[in-house]
Write a new protein. Sequence first.
Length: 102
Amino acid sequence: MNSPGSVLFRRGAGLDYYLSAAGGFTRAAEKGQVSVHYANGEVRTKHRTFLFHSTPTPGPGSEVVVPIKDPNAPRTDTVALFGAIAQILASTIAIIVVVTRK
């Protein structure tokens, strides 16, 4: 988060309220791994799958933790990825055209 610190508990406020109150995410934030550490020791992490998602709601005495991305993790070259996909699609279309002309 941009400015870690204490934010007073606000009944009914969701996770986004607390993240916003702390200044939002930094560029290095691992947005998909936000977790809430409750006062009783329980930890819940924000989950998102294809059809379902769960966002923990902080309670009194909770701590919201936003880990940073691993700077050594391999990164996906999106330009190269889209280039490869375009090449595969063009090849597939060319094959379809050649096969259907016979």
